[in-house]
Design a protein around this ligand. Sequence first.
Ligand SMILES: [Zn+2]
Length: 331
Amino acid sequence: MPLPKAELHLHIEGTLEPELAFALAARNGVTLPYEDTEELRKAYLFDDLQSFLNLYYELMAVLRTEQDFADLADAYLERAAAQGVRHAEIFFDPQAHIARGVEMGTVVDGLWRALEHSEEKHGVSTRLIMCFLRDESAESAMATLEAAKPHLDRITGVGLDSAEVGHPPVKFREVYEAAAALGLRRVAHAGEEGPPEYITEALDVLGVERVDHGLRCMEDPQLVQRLVRERVPLTLCPLSNVRLRAVRVLEDHPLRAMLDAGLLCTVNSDDPAYFGGYVADNYHAVRDALGLELEQMRELARNSFLASFLEHDEERRARYLAEVDAYEFGR
Ligand SMILES: [Zn+2]
């Protein structure tokens, strides 16, 4: 039985496995420029951010209907459940779909078809977090928030993703203020490839409650002290960091030092179809590469529930934490 955990940094579009990509392409009459799943899987072995993003956006063309989004989410939830995930807070990128003529309602209603049955079918509770693409304009982000208004009963929060450098958090001040006024929770990618200042800005200007990645905080001891003091959770994605060259090899990953510093770290999979593993694979990889103790693994799992947006469901959080505390390794 795998360690119970929450996954808090997961882009649903990044869970598209080659087999499902081909199945959806066939269903929608889309021709992929790959002979078969084997050739496509080889294309997943990119070695930089741009070739990853090119492939990521190219494959989105197979996602057209509500059922496509439902199938995508259901496939993820099934895999996640098998890896011990009990609660998932799932990112989606509406702008990437709206730009190719797929409406917000199709995306949200499609994902919801899978999410609303997730608990009974997979034993995984869920939240949905809508991300803005930071390399698009602030106006586009605001229009996206506007388009989401009829669907806010299904959306817990907003996030900020895609290419970080050159797109500081401050660019999205107004849209985050508007999101806060709507009662949405706020997170943002910061301090992955961008500098530690972006983390501070995400906290002070956007009011984020959780920082996605954030590993470059380690370059600024005062920022580390603040993150520890304010108990700001960080959603780390170790295998992603290696594939996108944020760290050279996993052995160089700062996770262990971050835990030692008292930071509230969590481990997540980011875009697991592309980055070489789902969330338990990430746990195992850091345990092996960094020599983490079993109790540190338990701490990571506890942190994942502490950092979850379960404020309206504290009974559930307590139940999940009790599962982590009672977990016996090696059984
Ligand atoms: Zn991410």
